[in-house]
Write a new protein. Structure first.
Lengths: 418, 452
């Protein structure tokens, strides 16, 4: 690999101050440091440093996203074929695997490319302008954003959302590490509020509108997400015929049954449907210590507790859904593992992480059930908790500060009496 | 019976090249150095000029702020040169040693009967007060202030550090004399020694409060021991001293000789013969490296690999250091697939679990070079400092308050209790490669200046 580095060394002068391509120094620098960890040695301070760096950390998060990405890609094809009656619900696994993957990839890949292209382009511009090197943060955000998009979202919308979130949620605060809100969720929230009609409409299944107008859509297949169906039951009596037919889909054997929701054989955003694939990612994050198990576990407990409380109230059909079913649907798992654990926007104190996670999970289920206008409560809950995280940290730290002050007062009182 | 405190947070970095328990006398060096920057907070005023003859115990310079604190020559010889840096700052006074071994003779004092002024005076004139540090601020102590207590760590826990039982072997009588003297100097809380549990060398020592500690590094840091045994509060001052210097104080008082003896842990993966070596403070490193060559690709560290100074092959043992570490320089770029961030990393030691080395047996030791293994970034990863920082203090928040020059904030968050060395493991573990110890030093300096 010496040869490759020699080539880099030989073209470096063009990019340095005064060279022909000095404007592109950031690009050169980031590509070089991508390929080679620079030979920087430690000065004044520790002489040895841990092997881990931000590139390794971010790479492991992306690795953890791969199961959700692969499954999501497959599932989008699966849902499409299901919607036009090519396959039936019973033969989910063994037919047309490659067709499903190809259909999914045909839609997912452009989303990934647009997300990375726009996001990294803006990062390069800011880095060049501010004369600092590229931060690795967007490598993860750029993968998270397509995974929380509906499959048929127009690419230009994704581009606008990415640009908005990178600039407004991150760069205006000073870049990676300084942001208050989770970047990927901000992109999603932007779309949700800027294009509510398009986002709530028929883009959850590939070509569902065209299939419907072409008469291809299978009877009874609406293409709505599980949460969308459930939201339609709110405000109606439990024994209403519409409600019971919706709730029937959540029983064993129904379209949104517990096992289907856990495995991910339901419509939804690309990466969010399979709790199983997400939990594989979670296992990697916890095993490597990169994702906070405290946030994940307290988030889960928070969601289950809220679900259980709703069971006790039981005022409508939605509330009667078992808590375990609640947490495997929608974006709950994805938010829990990949969004709430974002170290920059989460609570930073260890005690704060417990509180932050619990309230995040609690609010996710609460918003989703109480306010059918926001079927995706997880997004709102995590963004809200992002804003609240500094406050949680403040009180945790304040407790430590007053403990120290009390100790000092006690000591000075003792000195005075001595 | 002394109480035992179990330190749960921290980490032992498993470096290759641990010094063997054997001990040899280091070959005497031609040149010794006393380096003012080793004594944080001291502005030196010279007493000698180039060409002056000195003997062991002759004062070379004193502290401008506390003129009674003397910094003395460890050997007899001639002042070879005075090295100055930017703005004529004095970096080192070099002594060319002769073989005559002449020494200043100081009055012999029995610490049990002498009063505080006499003992303090002897310590100041005899040059041993130079090795007393104070908290808060982790700087050279001010002899005018009576400290609440004096703290001594009875063991080293830093990577490749010397074994205190080896270092103090046969010196316990001098150590006891030193403790008796310190007892006269300390205020209401007396003298504290932090002992590793199951360590017996201090069992015969009287007149000190013993606290036993167990757990990984930094349990041997005196700051950690203070925090757990008798925490420092705002408005209090205490002194810290290295155990070997306590024994040296005993020698000064009972024999009237200034002899800053150190048993040095000479180690590191590049050291040809890692072992303990007996030498005087300020010895040239060439005497301690066992004939090691290839200075270009090796880092010569005076001190431990986490807190020591980059001394270079022509450098000297720092005034407060008891260790020399030789590590390979890591100035070669690392390709991502072979040994960079995408590599399997079977040779990369990490406190995070992002490389599989954490699954290897605990006995496996690693060669680490001085590469920073990544570039500096903003704080991103959280929860990384806390597991290696055994204080009831929020490390990241304290660092951030220092970065923001928030004096009030750092006071409240507990900056009085810490020294830069207490953050060494945080700096080691930092994914964002932030220079944590330097930030803490800057914060302490800023606060000290602010409080006058």
């Amino acid at each position: 690999m010496k040869a490759l580095h020699n080539i880099l060394d030989s073209i470096r002068p063009h990019f340095e101050e005064g060279g022909k391509l000095s404007k592109f120094w950031v690009v050169f620098d980031s590509l070089e440091t991508f390929a080679f960890t620079p030979g920087h040695t430690n000065k004044n301070g520790v002489h040895i440093r841990d092997g881990v760096d931000l590139k390794r950390t971010m790479f492991l998060v992306i690795l953890a996203l791969v199961p959700a990405l692969l499954f999501g890609t497959w599932n989008q094809g699966h849902q499409y074929l299901l919607s036009i009656g090519e396959i039936s619900v019973s033969d989910a696994w063994n037919t047309m695997i490659w067709d499903k993957l190809l259909i999914g990839a045909w839609k997912v890949l452009p989303l990934v490319v647009v997300s990375y292209g726009v996001g990294l382009g803006i990062e390069f511009l800011f880095a060049g302008f501010r004369k600092h090197s590229i931060n690795e943060g967007f490598l993860v955000s750029g993968m998270l954003i397509p995974l929380i998009m509906p499959i048929d979202v127009p690419l230009w919308m994704v581009a606008v959302a990415v640009a908005f979130s990178v600039i407004i949620a991150k760069e205006v605060f000073g870049g990676t590490g300084m942001n208050i809100l989770n970047v990927a969720l901000t992109a999603r929230a932007f779309l949700f509020f800027a294009y509510p009609k398009q986002l709530s409409g028929e883009i959850w299944i590939h070509e569902v509108a065209a299939s419907k107008s072409g008469g291809l859509l299978v009877d009874g297949y609406t293409g709505a997400t599980a949460l969308g169906e459930l939201a339609s039951t709110v405000g109606k009596p439990i024994m209403n015929a519409d409600v019971t037919s919706v709730m029937g889909m959540f029983d064993a054997g129904g379209m949104y049954s517990l096992s289907n929701a856990f495995l991910g054989l339901i419509p939804g955003s690309i990466g969010e449907t399979s709790a199983l694939a997400i939990l594989i990612g979670a296992a990697l994050l916890i095993w490597t210590g990169i994702g906070s198990w405290k946030v994940m576990s307290s988030f889960l407990v928070g969601g289950l507790v809220m679900g259980f409380l709703f069971n006790l109230m039981g005022m409508n059909a939605y509330m009667t859904l078992p808590p375990i079913h609640q947490v495997v649907m929608g974006g709950f798992m994805f938010g829990m593992v990949f969004m709430a654990t974002d170290p920059v926007s989460a609570a930073q104190t260890e005690r704060g992480k417990w509180i932050y996670g619990f309230l995040g999970g609690f609010l996710s289920i609460m918003i989703r059930v109480f306010n059918p206008a926001y079927p995706e409560g997880v997004m709102m809950a995590i963004l809200f908790m992002n804003v609240m995280a500094p406050l949680i940290d403040h009180y945790v730290i304040q407790a430590n500060v007053s403990k120290r002050e009390k100790r000092a007062m006690l000591a000075s009182a003792q000195r005075a009496t001595a | 019976m002394s109480r035992t405190i179990r330190i749960r947070k921290g980490a032992n970095i498993r470096l290759k090249g641990r010094p063997a328990t054997s001990i040899v006398d280091a070959p005497p060096a031609a040149i010794y150095a006393v380096q003012p920057p080793d004594f944080t907070g001291v502005i030196p005023k010279l007493r000698v000029k180039e060409g002056d003859a000195v003997v062991a115990g002759s004062s070379l310079f004193f502290s401008k702020d506390c003129p009674s604190v003397q910094f003395s020559s460890p050997v007899s010889g001639v002042v070879k040169s005075i090295i100055r840096g930017a703005k004529r700052k004095i970096l080192a006074v070099l002594i060319e040693a002769d073989e005559q071994g002449k020494a200043e003779s100081f009055p012999i004092i029995d610490p049990k009967t002498a009063d505080r002024t006499a003992i303090l005076g002897a310590m100041l004139n005899g040059g041993l007060f130079a090795f007393v540090q104070q908290r808060p601020f982790a700087v050279a102590a001010d002899p005018a202030i009576t400290p609440r207590s004096i703290h001594i760590s009875g063991f080293n826990s830093a990577p490749l550090s010397p074994d205190m039982a080896v270092a103090l072997n046969g010196r316990m009588e001098d150590f006891q004399t030193g403790i008796d003297a310190l007892n006269q100097l300390a205020g209401s809380e007396g003298v504290h020694i932090g002992v590793r549990s199951n360590e017996t060398i201090f069992s015969g020592i009287e007149g000190a409060k013993m606290t036993q500690f167990e757990g990984p590094h930094p349990a041997g840091n005196v700051g950690v021991q203070i925090h757990h045994a008798a925490p420092l509060n705002k408005g209090e001052v205490l002194w810290t001293m290295h155990a070997e210097d306590v024994a040296n104080l005993g020698v000064l008082l009972s024999k009237g000789r200034y002899e800053p003896l150190r048993v040095i842990g000479a180690g590191g993966s590049e050291h040809p013969a890692p072992q303990h070596m007996r030498a005087l403070a300020g010895i040239a490193l060439t005497s301690l490296v066992g004939g090691h060559q290839d200075a270009e690709n090796t880092r010569y560290i005076s001190g431990d690999p986490l807190t020591g100074t980059d001394a270079s092959a022509a450098g000297f043992l720092g005034g407060l250091h008891h260790q020399v570490t030789l590590l390979p320089e890591g100035n070669e770029p690392k390709f991502l697939l072979t040994d960079g961030w995408l590599s399997p990393g079977l040779k990369k030691f990490s406190l995070s679990r992002s490389y599989p080395t954490w699954l290897m047996p605990k006995s496996k030791e690693f060669t680490m070079d001085t590469n920073s293994n990544g570039e500096e970034r903003a704080f991103v990863v959280t929860g990384q400092y806390e597991p290696v920082f055994p204080f009831d203090i929020y490390p990241v928040q304290l660092i951030k308050s220092i970065m923001a020059n928030d004096i009030d904030g750092m006071e409240k968050l507990g900056i009085y209790e810490v020294a830069p060395e207490d953050f060494a493991l945080c700096e080691y573990a930092c994914t964002s490669k932030i220079a944590v110890q330097k930030v803490v030093r800057d914060g302490l300096d800023m606060l000290k200046k602010e409080l006058g």
